[in-house]
Design a protein around this ligand. Structure first.
Ligand code: SF4
Length: 320
């Protein structure tokens, strides 16, 4: 099914054409906005009437294309304070009407420029209401948006690129893996994901079949190995908990044996110029072999390093 752009199409094509192709081969045509490229993701919708910059920069939309139901997008513009994360994880955006000029004293850049800066592909001028109804009735489909000044869209290729593989992990999928598969995910990693996700991706790249949809994650023994993936604050300094409280997901996901990040690794991941927050299953177990008795020496060492850093920071600050 092909949905034409709203309004006078001749007039619209003075702009960069855009297209949205869903996995069921439904095609929406519109006008390209933001970054000119192709993006594939799960198409979801958002009904908020404000907070567009916060929504797009919210990491919970990682890998998704957001269809905004509110038509007047862009009035507030964008600024340097309202991003919800350092990196934008959203793949693309869909708006009903063209981006409006910003009219807000905090605005530094209009939304279109901000989308370009963050390489977010967008499309506007399509029927977001019928797209929302489709998502409501049939669930969130995989889709590809393409924004291309020449309007050269290879429909066959775009339909093929919708073969997106969705892998879920974390506390909720671990607690309800079967339900997560029912929701439309292809695979669920139960437990820890760092090692297993890499293995799954390597296999899929080689077109290898995976026997199970629900895969038990391999335990990470050395947390320091994963310091390259700069975590969003706070920094995880200890993993696992020996107390096995029945209502708690921590021992379900991470097991009962505690593992600690080294002080050197913690210092690498924390920024002495900002508020430093760390996370541990129980407050005083850092450095403890069993996780049940505090290791006072180790705690003192960690805190001392932090205090030393803070005093250097304070001194530098005072001198400038
Ligand atoms: S993290 Fe807290 S609630 Fe969870 S098992 Fe450990 S002690 Fe219990």
């Amino acid at each position: 099914m092909i949905n034409k752009p709203k309004g006078n199409s001749n007039k619209l094509f003075h702009f960069s054409p855009g297209i949205l192709v869903l996995e069921n081969k439904t095609v929406f045509r519109g006008i390209g906005i933001g970054y000119q490229s192709t993006a594939t993701g799960e198409v979801c919708f958002n009904t908020s009437i404000t907070g567009c910059q916060e929504i797009i920069s919210d990491p919970s939309y990682a890998g998704q294309i957001i269809n905004f139901t509110f038509p007047h997008i862009g009035n507030v513009g964008t600024n340097n304070e309202d991003n919800e994360s350092d990196k934008i994880w959203t793949r693309g955006v869909i708006f009903n009407s063209g981006i409006t000029n910003p009219s807000n004293y905090r605005s530094l850049k209009n939304l279109d420029g901000w989308l370009k800066k963050h390489k977010i592909v967008g499309i506007t001028g399509l029927d977001t209401r019928s797209l929302t109804n489709l998502i409501r009735d049939k669930g969130a489909p995989k889709g590809t948006i393409c924004n291309n000044r020449k309007g050269n869209f290879n429909l066959k290729k775009l339909i093929k690129s919708n073969k997106l593989i969705l892998i879920a992990g974390g506390s909720h999928p671990t607690g309800a893996p079967k339900d997560t598969i029912k929701m439309g995910f292809d695979y669920v990693i139960v437990g820890e994901g760092e090692i297993t996700l890499q293995k799954i991706i390597s296999k899929l790249k080689e077109n290898e079949e995976l026997n199970e949809k629900i895969i038990i994650g391999e335990q990470v023994i050395n947390l320091d190995e994963f310091e390259k993936i700069k975590p969003l604050t706070p920094v995880e300094i200890t993993r696992g908990c020996p107390y096995k409280c029945r209502f708690c997901q921590t021992p379900q996901i991470f097991g009962n044996n505690v593992r600690h990040r080294s002080i050197e690794s913690i210092l690498k991941l924390t920024n002495p110029n900002t508020d430093t927050r760390v996370i541990s299953p129980n407050a005083f177990c850092y450095g403890s072999k069993t996780g049940t008795k505090p290791n006072i020496e180790k705690l003192k060492k960690l805190l001392k390093k932090q205090v030393v850093l803070k005093s250097i920071n304070l001194k530098l600050h005072t001198n400038t």
